[in-house]
Design a protein around this ligand. Structure first.
Ligand code: ADP
Length: 444
């Protein structure tokens, strides 16, 4: 300002000196007239620049600061510099804000920023999907007007956000959200949402599993303790006692089988997946499987083994034997006497399939997707009569998954079933000729 004042004083002084000279040469009137004219011109010059300045300030377009003359050149240069710094700062803030928004958008959980009265200020794509919102049209609206679940409204209005709350997503059937509010700043809130459907499902499975195990073990235990009471209370003749003891043995064997299968499952769950460096010789394994099938059938079924030679599997022998054995024993158990059970092994360099086909009772289509669930049985009575635990196919599925193999089930009630285990190419290797002594041993 000092600068401006000084330059104005100099300008007025120059006008005054010029007017004084004119006054000395041409007389007082022309002198005063030129002084007034000079001051008037100076005033007009300033007013015109003030006008330009006011125009720009009303619409401060970046890069359009007017040009000035004289002292105004300096003023506008300062303004121009200030405006450039401002623009740069604006750009930086906008960039940072965009980056923060991008980070918020990329967040896998839903994020909603709520302002005063729980009005939506911003939300990311996940939150849009979780709460069926649209940031363009819903910004500014209270979130409780848009997400109408009573438990959500109660949570928002409670003011107690120490814990999260679970609710069903408004859209997307069966999606369960865990929602938490985090207050921050001045009446601001962060509303976070996470899809916990999978966790919820696991929790339900865990609860069902515990209930099932308890139920499965309770039944034989109840029978056992009933028999024990009877034997204790009544004087039984030796034949009756023997019958009772036989029935008790049956029940305890059943419990033993359930516990064994449960232990197998838990071992499969906790152990590392099988590596690719153990070879399973498929041909001798299938021979053993056929012999086991014959023994299990007791001559009641026709057992056919149709195995293509030439390829082995990479995996864990005891697991593969257990999976194939389970499929085989199911086929025998669910095929009435006189039926056929066919074991097949087809392998090429690209794929391998072990299948068990039977002409048994078959399975209605609605049960097929659930057969590998623990304790899932189509006919509880039949499963129990034949010594089933309801865990066989769960074990098979686990073993196959650990070998990156799949289980394909085709069945028709009254006609029979086909259970096929398919192995990926990386688990198939050409069979090697067995050393002489091993070959002789396995024949013997
Ligand atoms: P289970 O011990 O009861 O046999 P699994 O897990 O092995 O248990 O099989 C689950 C259910 O699948 C069985 O209870 C049975 O209803 C059905 N199932 C399995 N294999 C066959 C088959 N080959 N034919 C008909 N039903 C079968």
């Amino acid at each position: 300002m000092d600068h401006l004042l000084l330059r104005t004083v100099i300008a007025v002084s120059l006008i005054a000196v010029a007017a004084l000279l004119i006054g000395l040469v041409f007389g007082a009137v022309p002198g005063w007239a030129s002084f007034s004219g000079g001051v008037l011109l100076l005033l007009l010059h300033h007013v015109r620049h003030v006008d330009l300045l006011v125009d720009w300030l009303q619409r401060p377009t970046p890069g359009k600061v007017p040009d000035g003359r004289g002292i105004w050149d300096y003023v506008f240069a300062l303004l121009h510099r200030f405006e450039r710094i401002q623009t740069r700062q604006h750009q930086q803030i906008a960039k940072t804000l965009a980056r923060f928004r991008q980070a918020g958008r990329a967040h896998p959980d839903g994020v909603v920023i709520l302002g005063a009265d729980n009005r939506i200020e911003w939300c990311n794509d996940t939150a849009e999907a979780h709460f069926d919102l649209n940031v363009e049209t819903d910004a500014g609206q209270p979130v409780t007007n848009l997400v109408r679940q009573p438990e959500f409204i109660a949570y928002v209005e409670s003011g107690n956000y120490a814990h999260s709350v679970e609710l069903r997503a408004p859209r997307g059937a069966g999606v369960i959200l865990s929602v938490q509010i985090i207050p921050y700043g001045d009446a601001q809130k962060l509303l976070l949402s996470r899809d916990v459907t999978r966790l919820e499902k696991l929790e339900t499975m865990r609860r069902d599993f515990v209930a099932n195990v308890s139920h499965e073990l309770r039944t034989p235990l109840t029978v056992l303790s009933g028999f024990l009471e009877t034997i204790k209370e009544l004087k039984l003749d030796p034949k009756r006692s023997r019958d009772y003891l036989n029935l008790m043995t049956e029940q305890s064997t059943r419990m033993q089988r359930i516990v064994d299968d449960l232990l197998t499952l838990s071992t499969l769950e906790s152990a590392l997946g099988p590596s690719l460096d153990e070879r399973v010789r498929v041909a001798p394994l299938l021979d053993r499987l056929r012999a086991e099938a014959e023994a299990l059938s007791g001559g009641k079924h026709r057992i056919v083994l149709d195995a293509e030679p030439g390829f082995d599997l990479l995996g864990l022998e005891n697991e593969i034997a257990s999976a194939f054995g389970n499929l085989m024993s199911n086929a025998i158990r669910y095929t009435p006497a006189g039926g056929e059970v066919r074991l097949t092994w087809r392998a090429t360099a690209n794929e391998a399939e072990f299948a068990v086909q039977d002409t048994g009772i078959g399975i209605a289509a609605e049960h097929i997707p659930r057969l590998t669930e623990r304790f899932y049985r189509v006919d509880r009575g039949r499963s129990r009569e034949t010594g089933g635990t309801g865990l066989g196919l769960a074990i098979v599925k686990h073993i196959l998954t650990r070998h990156q193999a799949t289980l394909d089930i085709k069945s028709e009630p009254g006609k029979g079933s086909r259970f096929a285990a398919r192995f990926p190419v990386r688990r198939i290797v050409p069979a090697v000729a067995m050393p002489e002594n091993t070959a002789r041993e396995s024949k013997g």
